[in-house]
Design a protein around this ligand. Structure first.
Ligand code: DC
Length: 225
């Protein structure tokens, strides 16, 4: 099977990370979590004392930074930020950084560089619409707001081990999804040719099996393309 570009988009808590990791592992592909790149830029900007609306400085930072993602470890300029970028504060900061057009332009170019040879599972909000509009497989992963908040509440990395109320998480996630979906540059939206997968009530294995089936169908048909 020729190495494919697999794009996975959708709102927070839909299960993109779990699915992308599992697929990449099964196919021997590279997994790129583009949300982690926006988060890492926000983290580094705060470390350097930059204001999160200083667009030229943040774009320059994104341009010169070295990003690492391997075995679940996220680094920026050699710092392991895997845990530091997953706090509720960083949820807010990353969403602000993701609204900046010039930061997006830099990161999109870098993401294209990471995936251009194929053999990649890339997850984010704009992969099937902007980064790789010609991706071989496009999945739009979704789940009910209630279920997404419940999953987040069970994710200790995001709650800092504190007991988080599902209702509070639900309203925070709704605010962030609203910000992602209504921003002027690359808003979260489903590509016209994406396959919509509703994961409400499904476990990770069921989602994986379903999407792996789609990937295998695409791989078989690409042999005859
Ligand atoms: O997937 P995530 O929650 O880690 O993403 C962090 C933020 O970055 C979130 O506000 C959505 C945004 N994002 C984006 O705008 N485009 C992407 N390709 C990935 C994430």
């Amino acid at each position: 099977m020729t190495p494919l570009i697999i794009a996975i988009d959708g709102p927070s808590g839909a299960g993109k990370g779990t699915l992308a990791r599992r697929l990449a592992q099964a196919l021997g592909y590279r997994h790129v979590d583009t949300g982690a790149m926006y988060r890492a830029v926000a983290w580094k900007a705060l470390q350097e004392g930059l204001a999160l609306d200083n667009e030229p400085a943040l774009a320059a930072l994104a341009e010169r930074a070295s990003f690492g993602q391997a075995d679940g470890i996220i680094t920026i300029d050699g710092h392991d930020v895997s845990r530091a970028i997953r706090t509720p504060e960083m949820d807010q900061s990353a969403a602000r950084v993701a609204r900046l057009a010039s930061v997006r332009a830099v990161l999109v170019a870098r993401q294209r560089g990471m995936g251009e040879g194929g053999g990649v599972v890339m997850e984010g909000r704009d992969i099937g619409t902007v980064v790789f509009p010609c991706a071989d497989v496009k999945i739009y992963l979704d789940a009910s707001a209630e279920e997404r908040a419940r999953r987040r509440a069970g994710d200790a990395a995001h709650t800092g081990g504190r007991q988080a109320s599902v209702d509070r998480l639900k309203s925070q996630m709704a605010a962030r999804d609203e910000s992602d979906a209504t921003r002027t540059v690359a808003p979260l939206q489903m590509a016209a040719d994406a396959v919509y997968v509703d994961t409400t009530g499904l476990d990770a294995e069921q989602v994986f099996e379903r999407v792996l089936g789609l990937v295998q169908d695409r791989g078989r048909s690409s042999i005859g393309d």
